[in-house]
Write a protein that binds this ligand. Sequence first.
Ligand SMILES: NC(=O)c1ccc[n+]([C@@H]2O[C@H](COP(=O)([O-])OP(=O)(O)OC[C@H]3O[C@@H](n4cnc5c(N)ncnc54)[C@H](O)[C@@H]3O)[C@@H](O)[C@H]2O)c1
Length: 371
Amino acid sequence: MTGEQRDRIRVGFLGCGRIADLSCLGYLDHPRAEIHAVCDVDEARAKHRAEQWGAARVYSDPDELFADPEIDAVEILTPHHLHAAHAKAALEAGKHVSLQKPPTRTLAEFDEITRALEKTNLTLRVFENFMFYPPHVKARQLVDGGAIGEPLSIRLKTAAGRFGDGWEIAPQTQAWRMDTETCGGGATTFDHGYHCFNMGRFFMPEEVERVHAFIHWTELAPNQRIDGPAIITWKYAGDVPRFGSWEVIASLGMRVRSDYYASDDRIEIHGSEGILWVNRCTGKLLDEPAVVLYRDGETRAFHDLECDWAASFRIGGKSFVDDLLEGRPPVHGSDEARRTLVFALAAARSAEQGREVALAEIRSEAPGPIA
Ligand SMILES: NC(=O)c1ccc[n+]([C@@H]2O[C@H](COP(=O)([O-])OP(=O)(O)OC[C@H]3O[C@@H](n4cnc5c(N)ncnc54)[C@H](O)[C@@H]3O)[C@@H](O)[C@H]2O)c1
């Protein structure tokens, strides 16, 4: 049964770890949604979430979740090496899917999901919450409305601070994120990077054509490496010369004020007639207005914006439910998500091979060993 025929969307959560704290918000807040079931291999964790959210069913085996006939959609919040198999199985069981970023480790894995999707009338979206963060939405409206003229350049900065500040992260979560086999790439430039690469696409009128990346791996402890600092630059397609860059700075002695991860992101977009700054995202690093516009010799600040990072999850969760209820294509469906994934994979290849990489080089290899 499709979302169009439902008057409510019943969601099953697969994975009840750290980010479930925020991923639940849009569903709990929506008058026509309910979290019907939760599933986690860690049964105690699943039970705790079910109590918190009032979910009727608790599972520890994903196949039981997929087989639950009451569920319309699955929110997938498992480690990346499981995304392809979980998304595919959910679609094959007739469930809509909201899949956390990055969708998969490789393009071949992503295309396995797409092939499963194409056999259905179901909806799949990759949940990239930066797209719903109110200051980003405001900045995009300003760009689209011509506030800076023709967008010419974008610069993103991620300031990562001292470990141990901000949210408590379970050692097992830290472990799978820092293992490139389970993460799919670096915890910074591939995992977090999906957001930044997507922002590089979100604000500019052309697709990215070529990318060059320097990624340094810093040893934190024996068998623990983090991919930062890094600097990644790219060129957009089209006749107008447009460039973008993303810099990751690991200031491991710096305290970053944050209710979530001890890291923050800033964006600067230059156009032919003005400049836009988005001064915060995940953290609360700068006491500056969330969005600032410079144009015609005047600087205008936008203070009246919700800028708690959690808002991006609440709004993004509701957006998925509304799209299902209205039978609309989702925000960041499979075509868009594939483009962002290709960009991220091209940057990783560039750093590995020490050369500029065209995104057209990134192709779906032979299908991987997806269960
Ligand atoms: N949008 C964001 O900003 C953001 C932030 C953090 C995490 N994420 C994404 O959310 C996802 C989850 O990340 P997290 O930080 O919550 O990780 P986590 O390790 O805290 O949670 C993962 C959960 O999955 C469970 N799990 C593992 N294998 C399972 C299986 N086979 N079946 C059922 N459950 C299983 C684990 O027990 C754990 O509870 C990842 O895709 C991550 O990149 C996104």
